[in-house]
Design a protein around this ligand. Structure first.
Ligand code: PHE
Length: 518
C-alpha cells in the first residue's frame, strides 16, 4: 500500500500555497456577477421561496456531482482542459478546447461588466446618473446604438476596461500562488465584509421586510412548471462555474494529496450562502424602493441582470439616505466578485495555451491577456457593446455551457468509462467519500436533465428569436458564438503539440487505480 501511494517524484507544475489558497480561488471564481445580479431575480420570478426546492435539488443532483467531476479530472490528469481530456483519451482533446473557447468568449464580455461597475463606483460619489438612470445608463454612459457593429469608442467604458485588462495581465504574470492565490486572499474576505455591511444596511431600510416577504413567500404552483426547474439547473451551473474547464484548471494546481471533495463542499456551500445573502440584500432594497413609490415589490420592473445593477439600483440609491456610500459598497462588491471570476477564466485560457505550445507562464499570460483584451475592447467598448454582450451571454451560457456539460459527462462516464477510476481517485485523496450514486448522477441524471434543457432552449431561441434582434444579428453574435467555439476546438486540436510526451498523451496518473481497488 505504502508503495502504491508513494507520490511521483518531481513535479514542476505550479501549486497553490496551501489548501486555503485553492478554496478561496475556487470560491472567487464561483461567486461572481451571477450571484449578485442573476440569482435574486431568477429566484423571484421562479416561485420565490418555493424556488429554493428546485435550487437545492439542482445543487445536490447536478451542481456538486459535476463540480466533483471537474475536480477529479483536473486533479488526476493535472492539466488545463485540452491536455487533461487528451490524457484521458487522445480524441477527447476538442472537448477541452471547446471549454477553453467558451472561456475566451465569456471573458471578453465579463470584463466589460466589471468596467461598468468601476465607473458606477465613481459615479456613486455624486450620484451622476441623476433622476433617470435608465436613460443615463443606455444613452449617456454606454451610448447604445442600433444592433450593428460599431467602431465608435465609448471612452467611459474603454478606460476602466483597459484597467481591468492590465490587472488581469499583472495577476496572470505573478502566477497561480503569488498572483491568483494572493488576489483572492485579499479580495474574497473584503467582498464578504463589504457585502455583509451592505445587506445589514439594506435590512434597516423602511419597507425592507416587505421585500423579504416577496422574496421568500413560496409560490408552490411554480414547482409544476418545467421552466422553473430548468432555471434552477441553469443557475447552479453558471453560478458554480462548472463544466467551463475552470475547476479542472484550478484543481490541477492542487497538491497530489489534497482533500478534494471536502473543499468542493465548502466551495459549493459558500457560493450558495453568498447567493442567498445577495437575494436578501437585493430584495430588502427593492422593498424599500416599493415603499418609496408607494407600491408593491410585485409591481416593480427590472429585477435582474444588468438592468437590476445599473438602472434599478442606481434609482434606489438616489432615494436613500447615505446613498453614495451604499452605491460605492454595491459597485465595489460587483467589481471584487467580478475580478475574482474573470481571473479564473483567464487562467483557464492561459494554461491551455501554455501547455499546448510549451511556452512559459509569462509568455502565455502575455499572449492571452493582450489578445483577449484587444478583442474585448474592440467588441465591447463601442456603442454596440451592450447588445452584443447580451446576445453573446445568452448563447454561451444557455447553449454552450449546457452542451459542454452533457458531452463531458457522457464521454467521461460512458465512452471513456472513467467513472469508477475518478471516483476511486476522489476517495483516495479526500475525507468525504463519494459512493456509486455519484456515477449515476453524473452519467445519467445530469445528461438527461441537461439534454432536456438544451432542447427546450434551442427550440425557444429558434422559434421566438431573442429580444427582437434581427435574424442576421442573432446569427452572427448568437449562433456565431457557438460556431466560433466549435471552430476553435477543431483548429486548436489540429495544431501539433510541441512536447512529445503531451502529444503521446502518456501519463501516469496517481494514485494508480488498479493497486488501489477499494
Ligand atoms: N460563476 C460566476 C458567477 O456566478 C460566473 C462564471 C462563469 C465565472 C464561468 C467564471 C466562469 O458569476
Amino acid at each position: 500500500m505504502a508503495t502504491a501511494m508513494a507520490q511521483p517524484a518531481q513535479e514542476s507544475r505550479e501549486q497553490w500555497n496551501h489548501q486555503a489558497g485553492f478554496i478561496l480561488a475556487a470560491i472567487g471564481s464561483a461567486v461572481g456577477l451571477g450571484n449578485i445580479w442573476r440569482f435574486p431575480g431568477v429566484a423571484y420570478s421562479s416561485g420565490s421561496g418555493a424556488f429554493l426546492i428546485p435550487y437545492l435539488i439542482a445543487l445536490l443532483t447536478a451542481g456538486i456531482p459535476i463540480l466533483f467531476l471537474d475536480y477529479a479530472i483536473g486533479h488526476r490528469f493535472r492539466a488545463a482542459p485540452p491536455l487533461a481530456f487528451r490524457r484521458m483519451a487522445k480524441w477527447a482533446e476538442p472537448l477541452g478546447w471547446f471549454q477553453t473557447g467558451l472561456l475566451f468568449v465569456i471573458g471578453i464580455y465579463y470584463a466589460a461588466v466589471i468596467a461598468w461597475a468601476m465607473s458606477y463606483f465613481v459615479f456613486s460619489f455624486d450620484l451622476r446618473w441623476g433622476d433617470d438612470p435608465a436613460t443615463f445608463f443606455v444613452s449617456e454612459y454606454l451610448q447604445v446604438g442600433d444592433p450593428v457593429v460599431s467602431t465608435t469608442p465609448v471612452w467611459g467604458v474603454l478606460i476602466p476596461m483597459a484597467l481591468v485588462w492590465i490587472l488581469m495581465l499583472v495577476v496572470l504574470l505573478l502566477g497561480v500562488a503569488n498572483g491568483i492565490g494572493k488576489l483572492n486572499m485579499i479580495f474574497i474576505p473584503l467582498l464578504v465584509v463589504i457585502f455583509t455591511a451592505l445587506v445589514i444596511r439594506a435590512l434597516f431600510l423602511p419597507g425592507a421586510l416587505d421585500g423579504l416577504d416577496a422574496f421568500f413567500t413560496p409560490d408552490w404552483a411554480a414547482l409544476a412548471d418545467p421552466n422553473v426547474w430548468i432555471a434552477a439547473y441553469a443557475q447552479i451551473f453558471f453560478s458554480l462555474s462548472i463544466a467551463f474547464g475552470i475547476m479542472i484548471t484550478y484543481a490541477s494546481y492542487q497538491r497530489r494529496k489534497a482533500n478534494m471533495t471536502s473543499s468542493g463542499l465548502v466551495v459549493a456551500f459558500a457560493n450558495s450562502s453568498f447567493e442567498l445573502l445577495a437575494g436578501i440584500g437585493v430584495f430588502a432594497t427593492l422593498g424599500f424602493m416599493a415603499h418609496q413609490a408607494n407600491t408593491q415589490v410585485s409591481e416593480l420592473e427590472g429585477l435582474t441582470g444588468p438592468i437590476l445593477s445599473f438602472v434599478t439600483f442606481p434609482k434606489v440609491i438616489a432615494e436613500m439616505p447615505g446613498g453614495n456610500i451604499f452605491g460605492m459598497l454595491f459597485f465595489a462588491s460587483l467589481v471584487l466578485a467580478g475580478v475574482t471570476s474573470l481571473i479564473s477564466i483567464m487562467q483557464g485560457v492561459s494554461a491551455s495555451v501554455q501547455e499546448k505550445f510549451s511556452i512559459d507562464r509569462i509568455k502565455a499570460g502575455l499572449i492571452v491577456s493582450i489578445l483577449m483584451g484587444a478583442v474585448s475592447l474592440f467588441l465591447f467598448s463601442t456603442t454596440s457593446g451592450l447588445i452584443a454582450l447580451d446576445t453573446v451571454d445568452m448563447w454561451s451560457n444557455n447553449i454552450g455551457i449546457v452542451l459542454s456539460a452533457i458531452v463531458m459527462s457522457i464521454l467521461t462516464i460512458w465512452i471513456m468509462r472513467r467513472g469508477r477510476e475518478l471516483r476511486i481517485h476522489l476517495n483516495a485523496v479526500s475525507t468525504f467519500k463519494v459512493g456509486p450514486w455519484w456515477t449515476v448522477l453524473v452519467g445519467i441524471l445530469g445528461p438527461v436533465v441537461l439534454g432536456f434543457m438544451l432542447v427546450q432552449r434551442v427550440i425557444t431561441l429558434i422559434t421566438e428569436g431573442y429580444e427582437g434582434y434581427p435574424g442576421w444579428y442573432i446569427g452572427v453574435f448568437g449562433w456565431g458564438t457557438i460556431a466560433f467555439v466549435f471552430i476553435v476546438s477543431v483548429v486548436f486540436t489540429l495544431i501539433p503539440w510541441r512536447r512529445k510526451e503531451f502529444s503521446d498523451a502518456q501519463f501516469n496518473a496517481w494514485p494508480p487505480v488498479k493497486e488501489n481497488r477499494s
